[in-house]
Design a protein around this ligand. Structure first.
Ligand code: NDP
Length: 253
């Protein structure tokens, strides 16, 4: 039997990149996956079709995060989708993956762009967890996607890194809160990972990015998705409240 047979999962931001690879892996293990996206309906549909081609089950859920009413919209559509595809509203695995990029140099950070990254990367995940708790059964899984930049200084990513440090705190504190229900809560911290952005096609940029990790090659989304799938599995039942470095050794220096 596959490891996640009869489980349901929500992967936010799974139309593309790490989220898509995670959704595909969870589906390959047998989970019914809610493929969430903000605006790229075509990419989300491609994720679902890729999953179905491999014999898995998935459906799309659209909701822009970081705007008023975001979590209400997400859960309205998620619960309708679960009811339709699973026959009940139960969420075994929540992966908070959707993220807004930062990229502002220290002198370019504004209250507006700061508020946006915090709203998408920290505030939305907190309230998604809060809203999911009644439908996550005992023994469920919550996985929050952080970044190696929480532990690696990059002055051009201060606001983004602050938002990701905040999502890591969700793992730490909810892990204790939810321990009695055997719900595990962990952070996964990728390093630079090929998400299909054109920058990964520029040889010099690629070489520079590859040089940052211990393996000297750019990570593929599956390198991170597989780690998330492990944490979602029963094999990881005794791991909670941790920061899992999935940066290919970038943090080794
Ligand atoms: P991508 O940029 O490839 O995809 C982003 C996903 O998030 C898409 O599904 C997108 O939906 C969704 N999304 C973005 N903004 C919003 C929003 N406001 N509301 C709802 N959904 C949104 O992501 P990556 O694979 O690069 O990154 C995934 C996660 O990993 C992020 O949290 C990121 O911070 C983190 N990370 C990534 C690294 C990397 O090098 N790639 C390194 C370290 C951490 P749509 O398709 O509709 O736009």
């Amino acid at each position: 039997m596959s490891k996640l047979e009869n489980k349901t999962a929500l992967v936010t931001g799974s139309s593309r990149g790490i989220g898509r690879a995670t959704a595909r892996r969870l589906a390959r293990e047998g989970a019914l996956v809610a493929v969430h996206y903000a605006s790229n309906a075509e990419a989300a549909q491609e994720t679902v079709e890729g999953i179905e081609k491999e014999g898995g089950r998935a459906f799309t859920v659209q909701a822009e995060l970081g705007v008023p009413g975001d979590v209400d919209t997400l859960f309205e559509k998620l619960t309708a989708g679960l009811q339709e595809h699973a026959g009940e509203v139960r969420l075994d695995i929540l992966v908070n993956n959707a993220g807004a990029m930062g990229g502002q140099k220290p002198e370019d950070i504004t209250p507006e762009n700061f508020d946006h990254v915090i709203a998408v990367n920290a505030k939305a995940p907190l309230f998604i967890v809060q809203r999911a708790l009644p439908i996550i059964p005992d023994g469920g899984r919550i996985i929050n996607i952080a970044t190696g930049l929480v532990r690696y200084a990059n002055p051009d990513e201060i606001a983004y890194s602050m938002s990701k440090a905040a999502i890591d705190q969700i793992s730490l504190h909810f892990a204790r809160y939810l321990g009695p229900r055997r719900i595990t809560v962990n952070s996964v911290a990728p390093g630079i990972t090929n998400n299909g952005s054109p920058v990964f096609d520029i040889p010099e940029a690629r070489e520079f990015m590859a040089g940052l990790n211990a393996f000297k090659q750019v990570a593929e989304p599956e390198d991170v998705g597989d780690v998330v799938a492990f944490l979602a599995s029963d094999d990881a039942r005794w791991i909670t409240g941790t920061f899992v470095d999935a940066s290919g050794g970038t943090l080794l220096g």
